[in-house]
Each structure stands twice: as C-alpha cells, then as structure tokens.
Design a protein around this ligand. Structure first.
Ligand SMILES: [Zn+2]
Length: 165
C-alpha cells in the first residue's frame, strides 16, 4: 500500500483541512503533517496578518494624531502663527515647524553658543514664514542652518523692487 498523499490536518486554530502532501517524499509526509498540525490554517494565518496590518495602521494614525496635537499645543505656546497651504500641508507643516525649531533650539542654545536673546530673534523670523510648504522643505535640514534658511525665506518674501527705479 502506498503512503497516503492526502492528509487530514487538525490545525492548532481548531480548523481542519485536507492537505495534498504528494509533493513531499513519502517518508517525510508524517513529519510534515505533524508540523502543520502545530500551525494555524491558511485562512486564520491570513486574517491574523490582516489584523496585524490594521493594528499597525491604527497605531501609526494614533501616533500621528498625538504628534499633531503636541505640535499644535507647542505652536500656541510659542505664538507661532497658523500656516498657509492645503489642509494636508498645513497639518504636516505644523509638525515640521515644531520639529525643525525644537532641533535648532537644542543645537543652537542647549548645545551651542547662542543666547536666549539670539534665539528669540530666530523665533521671530520663524513666525514670519507661514507657508506650510516651506517648513516641509526644511524638515531634513541641519539645525545649524536654520538661521540662514530663515534669512533666505525673508529675502524671497521681500516685495519685488520697482524695476523702473
Ligand atoms: Zn483556522
């Protein structure tokens, strides 16, 4: 009698299914069937994976909302004006501005040579840049470069001089 190729597997999740083990060597089937019985069935495995991904997405969403709330509180505390742009850009821009300024404060004041008075000037300059897209663009900038970047923004914002002058 040939070793059977269709095995009835009772999975650890409680489901049962017939598995065709004909592609395994005859002497390996019993061991493989035993290993399968310790797993969950394909469907349970798939739904566990989906749940996991949903959990991950929900976790990311919650984390982003938390950061958003923190950045908005911070913006109010430091009297940062509302940003301009699309709704999405504004929300993201608020987080970027918070992140960029917090990193610059650490680098310039806490770890650097800048005084609180000098920092207040940086903050003042930061308040004048209300374009959300600008803050998005600076999100990976070096903290030390912020002063120079703000200066460039202020120059770009300056009204164009009368060409006939
Ligand atoms: Zn199952």
């Amino acid at each position: 009698m040939a070793v059977k190729s269709i095995w009835q597997i009772s999975y650890s999740c409680g489901h049962q299914a017939e598995r065709d083990l004909s592609n395994r060597a005859a002497d390996r089937r019993a061991g493989f069937a035993e290993w399968l019985a310790k797993q969950v069935c394909t469907e349970c495995w798939r739904s566990a994976k989906e749940n996991n991904e949903q959990d991950k997405a929900a976790w990311l969403k919650a984390k982003r909302a938390e950061e958003q709330a923190e950045s908005e509180t911070w913006s109010e505390q430091y009297r940062m004006p509302p940003l301009e742009g699309t709704e999405l850009a504004v929300a993201w821009g608020v987080r970027c501005r918070h992140q960029v300024l917090a990193a610059a404060y650490t680098a310039l004041v806490l770890e650097g040579e800048s005084s609180e008075t000098e920092w207040e000037e940086v903050e003042e300059a930061a308040r004048t840049v209300t374009r959300a897209g600008w803050w998005l663009d600076q999100r990976s900038s070096e903290p030390d470069d912020l002063t120079e970047l703000l200066q460039a923004a202020a120059e770009a914002d300056r009204p164009t001089e009368n060409p006939h002058f």
